[in-house]
Design a protein. Structure first.
Lengths: 85, 208
């Protein structure tokens, strides 16, 4: 239990901002980039899913779906990075 | 590396990644409708089947053509076996076929005469005007008569000539001319005739 509390509590972890040396320019660059990346990564799967729905004859459509899921996950990590700042 | 530089480098990489991601998303949005417009697998299959059919048809036609071509060659070879000089000319008078016997009789090779005009090449002397002959030819489909031809070496030949029209449907397309050299026979006949005339005896030929 102690381990879990340690894991989810914020106590022992340094804020991510330390990595950016709390330089406002760097912080904003990272935040903005992460948000843009996340936006693109959430948009791309929407298009992919729309495509495989419209094009029923698309070969290996599962691969597009899988790639969509993968890129959503990637997008989530960038959102988390902003949250974790 | 210093930690400041590292942080700046990491930030720069992230910035580039963001730009690339946004660009990809925008391009993808633009591309998707284009991709939807592309012909589907069914259409490809259809097109492919049609193409396949056409290829098959062409192959059949080619085979037929080749067969007819070899048959044509065989026929031409047969025409080379005959002793009569056989020439085929277009309606314009250009020679399109010239058999072996014609080569022997007139002295010109096939390759030399193809495309030439027969009357000019052989300096043909017709028994009646050419226009009349052609009129009869078109009316009845054939003509025969005696003509005089000049050989390559300048020798004069008396020729028994038979013409026949080749038609495609109703349209005459070519004339086949079969020529037999009767120079010798003619000379003998004349000799005989002169002999008859020269003899002081009365000679009467009666039909048997």
């Amino acid at each position: 239990m102690g381990f879990l509390r340690q894991l989810f509590g914020s106590g022992d972890f340094r804020p991510h901002g330390y990595c950016y040396l709390w330089n406002p320019g760097l912080v904003w660059l990272n935040v903005l980039s992460d948000l843009l990346i996340a936006l693109a990564y959430f948009a791309i799967p929407v298009i992919l899913v729309w495509l495989i729905r419209k094009r029923r004859d698309l070969p290996f459509s599962w691969m597009f779906a899988l790639f969509g899921a993968f890129i959503v996950a990637c997008g989530m990590t960038h959102v988390m990075e902003v949250w974790n700042l | 590396m210093e930690s400041v530089a590292r942080a700046v480098l990491a930030g720069a990489i992230k910035g580039v990644t963001a730009a690339a991601s946004i660009a990809t998303a925008i391009l993808l949005v633009r591309l998707a409708p284009e991709a939807l417009k592309l012909p589907g697998l069914d259409e490809w299959m259809h097109a492919n089947a049609a193409l396949h059919k056409e290829v098959q048809e062409r192959r059949d036609i080619e085979l037929k053509l080749r067969t007819s071509e070899s048959r044509y060659r065989e026929n031409a070879e047969l025409l080379d076996l005959t002793h009569d000089a056989i020439l085929v000319r277009s309606m314009k008078g250009e020679i399109i076929f010239w058999n072996r016997a014609a080569e022997r009789l007139y002295g010109w090779h096939k390759e030399e005469v193809l495309g030439q005009i027969t009357y000019q090449l052989l300096q043909t002397v017709f028994p009646i005007p050419l226009a009349e002959i052609e009129a009869e030819l078109l009316k009845t489909g054939s003509w025969e008569g005696e003509v005089v031809h000049i050989r390559r070496d300048g020798g004069q030949l008396t020729i028994s000539s038979r013409w026949a029209v080749r038609k495609q449907g109703d349209v005459p397309v070519a004339i086949l001319e079969s020529n037999r050299d009767i120079t010798e026979r003619k000379r003998e006949e004349e000799k005989f005739h002169k002999l008859m005339e020269a003899t002081p005896d009365a000679i009467v030929i009666v039909k048997s």
